[in-house]
Design a protein around this ligand. Structure first.
Ligand code: PLP
Length: 412
């Protein structure tokens, strides 16, 4: 018998068996655009980047000041607690009560997350398994699909741009699918389509959830970014909402703290506990100075949140006015950091990915193609209003020049 050291090595390349959960992920359709954006930047092109809802403005100076102070306290450099420090959760409860009239117990009904995306993903892992189905709103924000797929669940996407129809399609799916969907994900104001709802939408959703016994996750990322006096309702304000679901909020948008990664899950105790359990295994919570600064932000910076929303409203108007002037069709959003625009007729056949590539390559403006949000997004572009008004005006001029140049070329 040969000893182990004598067994010859195979010359075949060693194969890395990646888990099926990774293989099940849908293709990442922003890859081509991101590569071109990177190449343009390396070549020195000043790309006007309306691709991602990533705020470019800094948080209120008071938040930075508190962070700096907390950094110099040696006690704040240890591991924190994975569900968030008690005073931060209390502050979230206070804000929910002030803004939405919702009473929450900070200990059993709120958990802090490393950005709402982390919390959302891990909650899907806590709730979903093989054979379980989730309904997600379409066109879809990618993590709504990826998190369910990574948790081995199946996805049914339903167009949410007409909220009443969305509700009746949820009911229809529950009546006809076996086993029934376990989870319904909602996200209003909606990324990418900017669709908004009123409280009666959630009243009806809670009734459906009780009738068909599904759970609800409300992704309320754009709670703070509303325009023209519109106030986005919280799912948790609807009677009985906490019996069936939870809501995620974030400090990324209204407080311009995207890189700080502060989000929250609030509502149903069982769901909050399940998320806290998973997080207890995976992480040690947010860096403590971040949590302390987040408390100060929520306690003292509500006016800053309002002026952030006002600034986005001004940018929305600048971009929408400009695009309408060059003949684009769009609906002015009541919320979110995006404009969802139909690709103008002469280019509609081109497909949103190629059209977005053209705007980037020939116009120096990066936008997100609707197709990146699933088939229901085809024919549209999502433009994030994250650049200042001068750059937005410049973006419109560059888009106009790029398209008119090709219109002339096409005619000649
Ligand atoms: C709909 C939606 N949900 C969640 C997130 C993620 O937010 P966070 O920074 O809290 O992880 C975003 C960010 O763009 C979003 O648009």
């Amino acid at each position: 018998m040969r000893s182990e050291s004598e067994v010859p090595f195979s010359d075949n390349p060693f194969s890395i068996p990646i888990a099926d959960r990774v293989k099940r992920l849908p293709p990442y359709l922003f890859g081509k655009i991101n590569k071109l954006k990177y190449e343009k930047r390396v070549a020195g092109v000043d790309v006007i980047d309306l691709g991602m809802g990533n705020p470019t403005d800094p948080p209120d100076p008071l938040i930075i000041e508190k962070m700096t102070e907390a950094l110099s306290d040696p006690k704040n450099h240890r591991y924190s607690v994975s569900n968030g420090i008690a005073n931060l959760r209390k502050e979230v409860a206070t804000r929910y009560f002030k803004k939405y009239g919702v009473r929450l117990d900070p200990d059993s009904e709120i958990v802090t997350c490393i950005g709402s995306k982390e919390g959302f993903s891990h909650l899907c892992l806590a709730l979903m398994g093989p054979g379980d189905t989730a309904i997600v709103p379409a066109p879809y924000f990618p993590i709504h699909v990826y998190a369910v797929a990574l948790a081995a669940g199946n996805v049914i996407s339903l167009d949410c741009r007409e909220p009443d129809k969305f509700l009746s399609n949820i009911a229809y799916t529950c009546q006809h699918l076996y086993p029934k969907p376990k989870l319904v994900i909602v996200n209003f104001p909606h990324n990418p389509s900017t669709t908004c709802v009123e409280q009666d939408f959630y009243d009806e959703l809670v009734k459906l959830a009780k009738r068909y016994e599904f759970l609800v996750i409300s992704d309320f990322a754009y709670a703070d970014i509303c325009f023209d006096g519109y106030k986005a309702p919280s799912f948790l304000s609807s009677k009985g909402a906490s019996d069936v679901g939870v809501e995620f909020t974030t400090m990324s948008k209204g407080y311009s703290m995207a890189g700080w990664r502060v989000g929250f899950c609030a509502g149903n105790q069982e769901m909050v506990r399940a998320l806290a359990t998973i997080k207890g295994y995976y992480d040690y919570g947010l860096f403590q100075p971040t949590q302390i600064a987040a408390i100060v932000a929520m306690r003292h910076c509500e006016a800053a949140v309002e002026s952030v929303a006002d600034e986005y409203q001004v940018r929305r108007d600048v971009l929408c006015d400009g695009l309408e002037r060059i003949g684009w069709e769009l609906e002015r959003p009541k919320g979110t950091m995006f404009v969802w625009a139909k690709i103008p007729e002469p280019w509609a056949k081109m497909g949103s990915i190629d059209f977005a590539m053209k705007l980037l390559d020939e116009g120096g403006v990066a936008v997100s193609p609707g197709r990146g949000f699933g088939e229901d997004g085809e024919g549209y572009l999502r433009l994030a209003i994250v650049e200042n008004v001068q750059r937005l005006r410049q973006a419109v001029r560059q888009i106009d020049r790029c398209l008119n140049k090709s219109a002339v070329t096409a005619e000649s």
